[in-house]
Structures are given as C-alpha cells and as structure tokens.
Design a protein around this ligand. Structure first.
Ligand SMILES: [Cu+2]
Length: 241
C-alpha cells in the first residue's frame, strides 16, 4: 500500500515539474502523441476526437492515468468487500445455522391462521398455542406476547425445529436465538438452536399471513432438565397424541 502512495506522489510531482517547465518556456504544453485512447477511434462516437492541441494531449494523458489508478482501487475494494462479506463472515454463520452435530430434542412447529401447533413427536405430545387475551393476563405476562400454552425446552441442549404450515405461509421467528424460518404449506424447513440460559423468551410470526398475523406470538420457556422432565410428564397426560 505504501508503494502505491509513493508511486502516486511521484506521479503528481513529475506532472507538476513538467507543467512548471512548460510555463516558463512556452505558452502551452508541448504536443505529446497519445495513442492509448485515440488512435483509430476518433469518430467522436465512443471516444474523444483526436487531440489537436497540447492541452488536450495532456488532458487525455491525465485521464488515462486516473482511469488505470481508479480501476485498480475499484478492483481492490470489491475484492476486499467480497472477502469480508462471504469468506470471513456470512458463509461461516450460515454453516453454523444449518449444521448441528447431534439432536437432543425435536419439535415440529405448524403455523395456522392464526396460532401455532407444537408437536414433540418422540414424546407423543401435541398442543395448540394461542395468544392470551387481555382479560386472561396474569402477573408477569406480557401483553401480545404471552400465550396459553408455551413450549418448554431444556437448557444447553440441541433442539431441532421442523417448521411447516397448514394454510398460508407463516414464519417462526425467535430473535434471541437467531432463528427465523418460513413455515410453508407442503414443505418442512429445518433449523436448530441451543439455549445458553434459562428464562422466558418471545418471538412472533414474521410473514404477513392474514388479518391476525400480529397476534400469533411464540413463547418459549428454557428450563433445567428436572423442570423439563416434570413439564413433559404433565404434558403427556394433558396433550397426549
Ligand atoms: Cu403471520
């Protein structure tokens, strides 16, 4: 990079000296034939007409140098951007988003107008999850986010999510987990996450799916293994398939 600036400075210095010398000795710069852009292409359609004065020769010469320098900078910047965006960041993240080593629990998510159905296929549990109405809210609930039946997952475990829909396209999005998958009828999309901490987290449908699109939130409770086992036992009697 330093060499490049050195070259540029030298170029500017030489041009300046040339101009000074010419100013002293003659009225206008001496004519230097420049064939790079003009030879054989002087019909003025794509390029300039053939220069007819010393000044125009100098202008064409300067233009040629700037074009070369500008092209080099453009190519270098594009290469750097591509490297940063694809090679360094995006591909790695996409890879992590798609690939998991093993699965501890699989949950199937089905989008409906306008609620979600969750299926813990291996544990034979299936239930619907609707947003709580204002009159049903209790202390600690969040208006427009809390649901009647939240999903439970154990902390620190790999959870595979299979997403599909029953009627129109929905999207199952949980910002805290970096998860957002379209729920498309007739197709099963797959994603996964592993929660680092226990807690209650919320998400929402993120694909316009009709009049109540804004009222089909997602509530997920990340709990310890023991609490998850308790919930599972309860759910197996309450929501048995
Ligand atoms: Cu929606």
């Amino acid at each position: 990079m330093f060499k490049f600036f050195k070259f540029f400075l030298l170029l500017a210095l030489i041009s300046n000296l040339e101009l000074k010398a010419e100013n002293v000795t003659q009225d206008q710069p001496k004519v230097v034939e420049n064939k790079f852009l003009t030879e054989g292409k002087n019909d003025a359609a794509l390029f300039f007409q053939k220069p007819q004065s010393g000044i125009m020769h100098e202008i064409v010469k300067t233009h040629n140098i700037i074009m070369i320098v500008m092209s080099v900078i453009f190519v270098l910047c594009c290469a750097l951007l591509l490297f940063l965006v694809f090679a360094f960041y995006n591909v790695k993240t996409l890879h992590h988003e798609e690939i998991q080593n093993h699965t501890d629990l699989t949950i199937k998510v089905i989008g409906h107008q306008w609620y979600w159905t969750y299926e813990y296929t291996e544990d034979k549990i299936k239930f619907d999850s609707y947003m709580k109405k204002d009159e049903d809210l209790i202390d600690g609930d969040k208006r427009l986010l809390s649901v009647d039946n939240a999903i439970y997952v154990p902390v620190g475990k790999n959870i595979k999510i299979l997403v599909t829909a029953d009627d129109v396209i929905h999207s199952w999005a949980l910002p805290a987990f970096g998860v957002k998958k379209d729920a498309v009828p007739g197709r099963i999309n797959e994603t996964w996450f592993r929660a680092d901490e226990e807690g209650v987290f919320y998400g929402q449908c993120s694909e316009l799916c009709g009049i109540l699109h804004g009222f089909m939130p997602i509530e997920i409770r990340v709990v310890s293994d023991e609490k998850f086992a308790e919930w599972k036992k309860d759910a197996q009697s309450k929501f048995a398939i």
